[in-house]
Design a protein around this ligand. Structure first.
Ligand code: SF4
Length: 290
């Protein structure tokens, strides 16, 4: 189900801006809800009051708001998109809100960091290249190398092989790009072979960085949906989660230390950075390594 809504604002400033991992100063959500329907999605947490994640709300006035808000900003900072929904979910193909937002961002010469699971981002290579004269980064979230597993845990998103292929196109066009390997799901993807294979495929595709976190978070609303899906697709695993984590928010893999070691060794071997370059306004238009 889709619905058009009016929004009051479009850019929300992060408390710790710019955040040290993704370099984001403002979050931009052009939609509410997400068609990718990942079974572990944090946006289902009741704290966000999202309602049904599959109910897609399109912010009809988003581009006018963005224009007004960018015009009023004296300091530049990276605009991030892709935290509460995917900016390239299927509805974007016709709506083009993300594309029109990128046109504004390019016109105002602001930096951008796009986080996505979709190959639809390839459509906007021209704009991302233009924004890249200031700063642009495209991060693909890929959690498993198995397309079969991706279909179960991220049922509405393009499978992992399509994301690697999309990343390769982005990299070949000269845009700064890499992988976010998160969440890592206990008993499903917290395997050394998965991490090692991920880095190898990242290297083949031309990724510059790989940001990994060997765990997931769980909150009320998110947890219940996740457990229902585990019961449906992976019988017996929910009980293991329950025993291991109870009502914990942070759910790190017990094998996290070993997995980080594999990640570091493989990234070192293939020359992939474990941190990404982020935009810094001073000195103007230069990038800093943190
Ligand atoms: S793509 Fe992101 S926002 Fe969308 S369902 Fe998956 S985890 Fe949630």
């Amino acid at each position: 189900m889709t619905e058009y809504i009016q929004s009051k604002t479009i850019l929300s400033r992060l408390n710790d801006a710019p955040d040290p991992y993704f370099g984001i100063t403002w979050n931009m959500n052009l939609y509410r809800g997400c068609q990718h329907q990942c079974i572990y999605c944090d946006s289902r947490s009741v704290v966000y009051r999202m309602g049904d994640l599959a109910h897609i709300r399109i912010k009809e006035n988003a581009i006018d708001l963005l224009d007004r808000e960018l015009r009023g900003k004296r300091k530049k900072g990276t605009i991030g998109t892709g935290s509460m929904n995917d900016p390239y979910m299927p509805v974007e193909k016709a709506e083009k809100l993300t594309r029109r937002a990128l046109e504004k961002i390019a016109a105002y010469r602001f930096p951008v960091h796009v986080l996505t699971k979709s190959d639809l981002v390839n459509r906007d290579t021209d704009l991302l290249k233009e924004i890249g004269k200031v700063y642009s980064a495209v991060s693909f979230t890929i959690t498993t190398c198995s397309d079969e597993l991706a279909r179960k845990i991220e049922p509405g998103a393009p499978v992992s092989s399509k994301r690697f292929a999309a990343l390769e196109k982005i990299a070949n066009s000269g845009i700064y790009t890499g992988i976010i390997l998160s969440p890592v799901l206990l008993f499903l993807t917290d395997k050394e072979e998965n991490i090692a294979e991920m880095v190898r495929k990242a290297s083949d595709a031309g990724a510059s960085y790989l940001l990994g976190w060997m765990g997931m978070t769980q909150r009320e609303g998110q947890r219940e949906y996740f457990y229902l899906q585990l019961d449906q697709h992976f019988p017996g695993i929910k009980e293991q989660y329950d025993k291991q984590f109870g009502l914990n928010y942070q759910c790190s893999s017990p094998r996290a230390l070993r997995l980080y070691q594999v990640l570091r060794e493989k990234c070192d071997q293939y020359g992939i950075a474990l941190k990404m370059r982020i935009y810094a306004e001073n000195p103007p238009d230069q990038l800093s390594l943190f």
